[in-house]
Write a protein that binds this ligand. Structure first.
Ligand code: ATP
Length: 199
């Protein structure tokens, strides 16, 4: 799997629709200070489900929407779409090309999309689980991330290896199953209490 392109519209400094194509191997993004290089990696993080405005270098989530400039009025919607080549089947979905999108409006409406179909954030997370791609996964190494990994405690660092080893998905499903089991046990207990009362 590799990232073929990203389309950004209304996100941070990208007021107009901008499409950036990536080729396999290395792509370098160069430009003057403040020209929006880091905003591209913020856009990737955001579309993958980043919920923290601070991580995206803002104070609130609305800050990701183009706030206007001396020449242009602010916009009301930010939209980012990633197109991924999935010919190797890394993503568990029957498509050779997969698009993942996110939209947010100033009124707070928010959508996630997989191949242009609305979905939940959970679906995006599950799509990328165990692939190394994801807002917290190791495919995005931001400034200071290497130091953080080295200084993390062994439990936190273990999560990185679990993602690489492909067991995050199973761990997450196990946790979900355990929660369901617990809830079912509680219901069973309640039924037993009622039966005892009736007897
Ligand atoms: P450096 O090389 O200094 O790290 P950079 O090329 O990575 O810079 P970014 O940090 O990506 O630049 O972009 C910063 C620019 O994005 C600033 O000019 C800032 O005003 C602009 N910007 C951030 N959020 C918004 C927004 N919501 N609306 C309009 N412009 C924004």
């Amino acid at each position: 799997m590799f990232l073929k392109n990203i389309t950004i519209k209304g996100f941070k400094s990208f007021a107009n629709k901008v499409k950036v194509d990536f080729e396999p191997a290395i792509t370098g993004v160069i430009g003057p200070n403040g020209s929006g290089k880091s905003n591209i990696s913020d856009a990737i993080r955001w579309v993958l489900g980043e919920q923290s405005a601070k991580t995206l270098r803002g104070a609130k989530m609305e800050d990701v929407i183009f706030a206007g400039s001396s020449k242009r009025r602010a916009l009301g919607i930010a939209e980012v779409t990633l197109t991924l080549d999935n010919r190797d089947g890394s993503l568990p979905i029957e498509y050779k090309e997969v698009t993942v999108g996110r939209r947010v409006s100033r009124s707070g409406e928010s959508d996630y999309l997989i191949n242009n179909n609305q979905c939940r954030l959970k679906d995006i997370k599950e799509l990328f689980m165990d692939t190394g791609v994801g807002k917290d996964a190791y495919s995005i190494i931001g400034q200071g991330k290497v130091e953080t990994i080295l200084s993390e405690n062994s439990t936190d660092r273990r999560e990185l290896f679990e993602e690489a080893a492909g067991i995050s998905k199973h761990k997450s499903r196990k946790e979900e199953a355990e929660k369901k089991l617990e809830s079912t046990e509680q219901k069973l207990q309640r039924i037993e209490d009622i039966v005892r009362e009736i007897e």
